[in-house]
Every structure is written in C-alpha cells, then in structure tokens.
Write a protein that binds this ligand. Structure first.
Ligand code: IMP
Ligand code: MG
Length: 178
C-alpha cells in the first residue's frame, strides 16, 4: 500500500514453530474423540490451516463469520454474525480458532452464542493476544504470542482487507494510510 510501512514482529519461522507446539499441546490436552475446530473468518483461516495440520487427532472443521471492525483500526464495538456454522455442535468439544484477541468483544460474544447450543466444551485458541486492550473478559486456553498494543498485519490479519497474505506478522506503522 503506498506510503505504508511494515516492521517485522514475528517471522514465518517463529509462527510455524509456535503453531506446531500449540498443536502438540492440544493433542495432549483433549480426551479421545473428535475435536470441532471452528475458525473465525476471515483472519483465523491461515492459523486454522496450519494448526489443524499440527493436530494429529480427529478434527472437524467449520467456519463462523463475524464482523466487529470497519475498514480502519478501531473497533465499531458492534458484533455481527455474518455466517453461521454449517454443523450442529450439541455435545461437541469446540475449539474456536482466532487470529487475535484484542478488546475481547468478538470472542466474548461468540462463546456466549455457542454455549447456548449445548456443546460439551468451548475453548479458544488464539495466535495473538493483546492483553492491554481487553474490555470484555476472555479466557483463551491456547495463546501463541502475547504482543504489545500495536496494530499488526499478515498471516491472516488485515488492514482494510490488505496484507493478509504476508507470511510474517508485521506492525503497520502509525502515520500511514490510516
Ligand atoms: P476484538 O473483538 O476487539 O477482540 O477484535 C478481534 C478482531 O479484531 C480480530 O479478529 C481481528 O480481526 C481484529 N483485530 C484486532 N486487532 C487487530 C490488529 O492488530 N490487526 C488486525 N486486526 C486486528
Ligand atoms: Mg478476525
């Protein structure tokens, strides 16, 4: 994007190594049975693709669409379900797969929505966590990296739908294309 500048925060290799470890941890934690991976569109899909392949046990994959952001960096605060699950999750072990926990509004809302469908368990796997920004309580069972309060792009994370395809995660520096 013209005028924008990117600063490397997490390299593709760091991300891949961490995601492998998260997969191993998830395998070790769950009892036998199928794990229902629910990817939050769109940002979670790169993480989902790698995490699912780092898990050895049986998984089902489904997608849920949610929007809490406009085109900029500031949340609108309003969460909207844009695509529901295709599957039923009654009695399922759900693992929500998300790119980043920021204010916590999105995941707090989604966990409540999914709890109403009577799953056996709902946990969260988030690649990134910005704990300083939390407004709503969210407890993620699996966190890839804690990061400072900076706006990041790449590996699924976007700014106005751009940059999702970067292999690394980078800080989008202030003062550009806001
Ligand atoms: P929350 O509801 O504020 O926790 O927002 C979560 C969603 O906001 C994430 O799924 C991302 O789509 C988006 N988001 C939060 N922080 C960033 C960031 O630094 N870069 C890109 N997207 C972000
Ligand atoms: Mg997202």
């Amino acid at each position: 994007m013209p005028g924008s500048s990117l600063r490397l925060l997490l390299s593709a290799q760091q991300i891949q190594e961490r995601v492998q470890k998260m997969g191993e941890q998830i395998d070790a934690d769950y009892p036998d049975g199928t794990l229902h991976l629910v990817c939050i569109l769109k940002g979670g899909c790169f993480f989902l693709a790698d995490l699912a392949r780092a898990i050895r046990r049986d998984v089902l994959i489904d997608f849920i669409g949610i929007s809490s952001y406009g085109k900029g960096k500031i949340t609108s605060g309003a969460v909207k379900l844009t695509k529901d699950l295709d599957s039923t999750v009654d009695g399922a072990d759900i693992l929500l797969v998300e790119d980043i926990v920021d204010s916590g509004v999105t995941l707090n809302y989604l966990v409540n929505v999914l709890q109403q469908r009577k799953p056996r368990s709902v946990r969260i796997a988030a690649l990134l966590d910005k704990p300083d920004r939390r407004v709503r309580a969210v407890k993620a069972a699996y966190i890839g990296f804690e990061i400072p309060d900076e706006f990041v792009v790449g590996y699924g994370l976007d700014f106005g739908e751009r940059y999702r395809n970067l292999k690394d995660i980078c800080v989008l520096e202030e003062g550009h294309a806001a």
